[in-house]
Design a protein around this ligand. Structure first.
Ligand SMILES: Nc1nc2c(ncn2[C@@H]2O[C@H](COP(=O)(O)OP(=O)(O)OP(=O)(O)O)[C@@H](O)[C@H]2O)c(=O)[nH]1
Ligand SMILES: [Mg+2]
Length: 340
């Protein structure tokens, strides 16, 4: 990124990084284009911004009347506590795992390139859900051109490999490279495990760089007499992804995914109540560690967030009904009563 950009541009870029809804992302991109200094040094970036505006505008316009782009959307709107995309070589068992974990009816086939479109599904964990998106495979030979767009709203990736394939880990560097060419970086770092170092110069260089926390899912453990070897293999290839071993076929190991994601993404559940009414202990709102009462209010309603005065909180880190300001950091399991 050129160093002589304006604070206005920086602000727009910052907002773009945080935006998850396509409409919001588009507004941010337009603001970036409006505020970017127009000179030779920013030519590349200007072109990049324009391309992304064009792509998003088309995506939001939906299928064109009588045009080519008909059919299902290629980007899944995020839902639940977090969105995770299944990435991996053909036939690794991504769809089988998706079906097992979410109860979806995504197509499973004994041949490569079975999946051709993104398929959403919800993985239940305690009283929340994680959204898992099944995707077509990535290989040295082929990757759907829209696949990197589908990854943009994700909070992380599940990199699925087939333990019964002797070359299973050799596919990994190929996949990483294909995605890297499109500015998507599968990273072994998760906020709740080993967080990315702040001030990593690379990470801030390019507003369109996407760093996705990634867990290696070593699938088909039922076919492998020595499923523990995945760690040794990782070491040999210099990979550092956290790994979970499982079998979509037998269900072995699949229960570990929910707790892993909950910890690794630092999910915080907050229950809300309206003054004078009983609490909604059924469906929590989810935020991340470090988020505040105001962040919770934003999820409830933007008018409530705008007019928020204070909150009362019941939970492990406060005394019952303690009055706090909008900037109070919430903890998992807190019950929050919003006053506005
Ligand atoms: N034994 C065994 N077979 C599995 C397991 N998971 C998937 N399979 C089989 O592996 C084959 C491929 O499974 P899919 O789920 O379609 O794989 P995919 O990664 O979605 O494949 P693409 O959509 O082509 O990328 C199917 O024949 C599955 O039945 C597993 O854990 N154990
Ligand atoms: Mg599939």
């Amino acid at each position: 990124m050129p160093t002589n950009v304006t604070p206005e541009y920086k602000k727009a870029e910052e907002a773009y990084r945080k935006a998850r809804e396509p409409k919001e992302r588009l507004d941010c991109l337009r603001e970036m284009l409006r505020t970017i200094p127009k000179h030779k040094g920013t030519d590349h970036l200007q072109a990049d911004i324009k391309t992304r505006i064009k792509q998003l505008t088309e995506e939001l316009a939906g299928p064109k009347k009588g045009g080519r782009r008909t059919g299902p959307a290629l980007v899944v709107r995020p839902d639940g506590a977090a969105q995770l995309c299944l990435v991996g070589p053909p036939n690794a068992g991504k769809s089988s795992l998706h079906a097992r974990l979410t109860g979806s009816r995504t197509d499973v086939g004994p041949y490569p390139y079975t999946t051709q479109l993104p398929i959403p599904g919800m993985l239940p964990f305690e009283d929340i859900h994680f959204q898992l998106v099944d995707l077509p495979p990535v290989s040295g030979d082929f990757m759907e051109p829209w696949l990197v767009n589908a990854l943009q709203p994700a909070d992380g990736a599940l990199l699925v490999i087939d333990l019964s394939d002797p070359d299973c880990l050799e596919h990994v560097p190929v996949i990483l490279e294909r995605l890297r060419e499109k500015k998507v970086f599968l990273a072994p770092l998760w906020p709740g495990l080993e967080p990315a170092r702040p001030g990593d110069p690379d990470a801030l260089d390019d507003p369109f760089r996407l760093d996705l926390p990634t867990v290696l899912i070593a699938n088909k453990s039922d076919l492998d007499p020595d499923p523990e070897e995945v760690e040794i293999l990782e070491e040999l290839l210099g990979l550092r992804f956290p790994a979970l071993t499982m079998s979509a076929e037998t269900g072995d190991g699949v229960d570990a995914l929910g707790p892993f994601l909950f910890t690794a993404l630092e999910i915080v559940r907050v229950y809300t109540k309206t003054p004078g009414k009983p609490a909604d202990k059924e469906r929590p709102f989810t935020v991340r560690r470090g988020d505040t009462v105001l962040d919770v209010a934003r999820l409830v309603h933007k008018d409530i967030a705008r007019n928020l005065k204070f909150a009362r909180v019941w939970g492990a880190e406060v005394f019952d009904g303690q009055q706090v300001g909008p900037e109070h950091v919430v903890a998992d399991g807190d019950l929050v009563e919003l006053h506005f």
